[in-house]
Structure formats: C-alpha cells, structure tokens
Ligand binder design. Structure first.
Ligand SMILES: NC(=O)c1ccc[n+]([C@@H]2O[C@H](COP(=O)([O-])OP(=O)(O)OC[C@H]3O[C@@H](n4cnc5c(N)ncnc54)[C@H](O)[C@@H]3O)[C@@H](O)[C@H]2O)c1
Length: 386
C-alpha cells in the first residue's frame, strides 16, 4: 500500500471537520492525562508531543499491519517536525501478546540505546496498547508512555484506564500492570482502513457504555446507527468522546479495579465464557453482544429491567450487525462451568452486572444456574419485535 496516499486520504478525511476534536481529561491526581479525539490529530502529533510530552527521543511500538498502514507516514511526519523517532514492530495478532514479544522488544530497545527518558508511542489496537504499555511500565523501571489507538475498540476502551498486560498459555491477561499513559491520541481518521469486523468489536463496547451509564448515548446510537456503521466523522467522534468520558469517570473513581470498575464488565462475564467455550473463534465484541443479551434477559426475568428495553437493545444490536444469539453448539452447562472459573468470580460465585433499564446497572452474585440456563436457552431463539 502506498503510504503517502494513505496520509493524503487521512488528511482529506479530516479536512473541514477539525472542529470535531474533543478532549477528555482522566483525573487521576499526579497521573492525570488527556485523551484527544478527532480526525486528523496525527498530523499535529509532533507539535503536540513537543509541547505536552517532551522527550529526547521516541520509539513507536506497533504491529505489522499498522506499520504498513501508518508507520512510514508517521516517521516522516515526526521527523519533518524535528522529533527523533524510531519504530519497532511485531507480528499482528493476539498470538503475539506474550512475554517473548515483550522481551524481544526490550532487547531491541537496549540495542537502540533507549534510556529512561525515551518515550514509547503505542501505535495500534488493543494488543499493541497492552504489550507496549506493559513494556513501558517495566523498561528500566518505567518510561513515559503515549497511547495512539488505531482500532475502535482501543479508542473507546483499551487505551483508557491504564491496564496493560500479556497472555500466558494458561489464560489471557494473566501478567500485567496498571500504568497510565501521559496522553492518548484517538485519531478517528485512521479507522477508515479498519475491517468491518473490527468496527463491530468496538461498537459492542459503545453499546455497553450506553447500557451501563448513558441513556443519551443509547438514544444517539439508535438514531445514528447508519452513520455510525459508515464511520461518519462527526458521529464517530461523538461516540468515541462519550465512551471515553464514561470510562474516564469510572476509572478515575476506581483506578485499580475495585467494585465500581466492575460495571464495565456488563455482558463480559458471559461473553468471556462464550469466547472460551468457542476456543476464541468468536470475536470478543460478538461474544460481549451475546453476553449483554443474556444478562438483560436475566434482568427482565428478575423483574429489574423493562421488557421494552431488552427489545431496544436487541433491535440496536441487529442494526449494528452484532449477534444476539448463542451458537447452538455451545451448551448452557459448559458455559456455566466456565463462568464458575472466571478469574473475577468471588469464591466460585460469578458476579453479574445486571440491568435496571437502559443506563442503570446492578451488581449481584445472586443469579442461579437455572436462571442463567433459561436466559441462555431463550437467547438462542429470541427475536426483537420490529
Ligand atoms: N487494557 C485494557 O483495558 C483492555 C480492554 C479491552 C481489551 N483489551 C485487549 O485488547 C486486545 C484486542 O484489541 P483490538 O480489538 O484492538 O485487537 P488488535 O490489536 O489485534 O487489532 C485488531 C486488528 O486490526 C489491525 N489494525 C489495527 N489498527 C488498524 C487500522 N487502523 N487499520 C487496519 N487494521 C488495523 C491489527 O493489526 C489487528 O490485525 C485484546 O488483547 C484485549 O485483551 C485490553
């Protein structure tokens, strides 16, 4: 792919719409940082870094796909702005999210002579953010970190909140740290090269934010769903801004994942079980989508959530092309066994984030196997009334 053309197309995309840039501040005392959101941000990256996160040199850490799309352009752009920058990349994909990759990158940084003043720019999706963030937190006991998320999931979720980490053969994200970035640049212009399936992954998280805390965001998704799936810049900037604002509120009240941060797990406890039962052949966003339907059905059955809100959720998921139904080959028994081994389960009883209606949640471990089994079975057949 011709990278100069890529840059030109990003700039075209961002022309005349720079006024949609937003800032979300994540208030974490001495670790407070800003998330900048909008199309075309990367064209201003060098100037902004020099003013707000000055470092004698920067190392971009990215994956092989993002390197192809953006690497050369960014190096050129930063170099022209007088910023000293180098790039290290690793093979794209979750399979690379491990200690071998971290150690390999660390050794390549040593080779380059990177010291404690060198800042890491994590350019990519959640995998890059987690790997590069983890490396930044341990390289010479910690170097400055900037997140430049390039997937919708990373822009609305993984680049915010400071969780970093890698997988072990025994499970995902089993090694990691909390390490806040100094700044986050969510340039929505870069999403135009993202495969549709990756957009859907991010949209499941956006729906989650509406469900847990924002009826306004949920209404906006219902109204603008067509523009959203087509990445219309104003609406995309708005949903990234709203999502980051909600996540920033939650993580600033609960930086190290106590009870409050658990509300972010809406749909995720069941979603993780679905992913594991399907041997990770079902994408995360789709699993979360199914999980949101299951917990919403439990909420309706318990008399907590109005049935009309479940119908609205299902209709929205349909429009965004997200699945509501659990595949027939995943048995309810297997899912429930997996839920009991969820690493976030307290003494064998999984916690569930249930809904009291759009925008309101309730955390409980009072969900029986029978209630879960009924909701899973119903989620195989349920269709939203149109
Ligand atoms: N730290 C957190 O709080 C947190 C939260 C949620 C998820 N995560 C982690 O995030 C990871 C998933 O992140 P993801 O969904 O972004 O996956 P990913 O990083 O694997 O990116 C998905 C794919 O899109 C490609 N890509 C990235 N940007 C692109 C662009 N602009 N154009 C074209 N292709 C592009 C990548 O190379 C990759 O192939 C998981 O490892 C998960 O555990 C972390």
């Amino acid at each position: 792919m011709d990278t100069d053309n890529d840059l030109a197309s990003y700039s075209e995309y961002s022309e005349d719409i720079q006024h949609v840039w937003h800032t979300v501040t994540v208030p974490l005392g001495a670790n407070t940082y800003d998330i900048l959101i909008g199309p075309g941000l990367l064209t201003e990256l060098g100037e902004d870094l020099k003013s707000n996160l000055p470092a004698p040199r920067y190392i971009i850490i990215t994956d092989s796909n993002v390197e192809d799309y953006l690497g050369a352009d960014l190096i050129k752009l930063l170099g022209q702005g007088g910023v000293r920058v180098e790039l290290l990349s690793f093979a794209a994909g979750e399979e690379s999210k491990n200690m071998d990759t971290v150690v390999d990158l660390a050794r390549r940084m040593i080779d380059l002579g990177a010291d404690r003043q060198t800042a890491i720019l994590a350019l990519g999706g959640g995998v890059v953010g987690d790997v590069a963030g983890f490396l930044a937190s341990i390289y010479m006991r910690g170097v400055p970190l900037v997140q430049i998320p390039t997937t919708l999931l990373a822009q609305v979720d993984s680049s915010v909140g400071g969780k970093t980490g890698v997988d072990l053969p025994e499970g995902k994200n089993l090694l990691g740290t909390f390490y806040q970035p100094g700044r986050v640049y969510a340039d929505i212009g870069v999403l135009t090269t993202l495969p549709k399936a990756e957009i859907r992954n991010g949209l499941a998280e956006v729906v989650k934010y509406g469900m847990i805390q924002s009826p306004e965001l949920f209404d906006f998704l219902e109204e603008k769903w067509w523009d959203i799936i087509n990445l219309e810049p104003h609406v995309t900037a708005h949903i990234v801004f709203s999502s980051c604002s909600i996540k920033a509120d939650v993580v600033s009240a609960d930086e190290r994942e106590g009870d409050l941060r658990r509300i972010l797990n809406f749909g995720h406890t069941v979603g993780h079980a679905v992913e594991a039962a399907a041997h990770y052949q079902i994408p995360h966003g789709e699993a979360v989508s199914m999980g949101m339907v299951v917990v919403s059905r439990i909420s309706v059955a318990k008399g907590l959530m109005p049935e009309g809100d479940l119908e609205r959720l299902c209709r929205l998921l349909d429009r965004l092309n997200l699945p509501k139904e659990i595949p027939a080959n995943l048995s309810a028994e297997e899912l429930m066994d997996l839920l009991q081994h969820d690493k976030k389960a307290k003494s064998g009883r999984p916690h569930f984030v249930l809904s009291r209606g759009i925008g309101q949640i309730l955390i409980t471990d009072d969900v029986s196997r029978e209630e879960l089994a009924v909701a899973i079975e119903a989620s195989r057949e349920f269709r939203a009334k149109s």
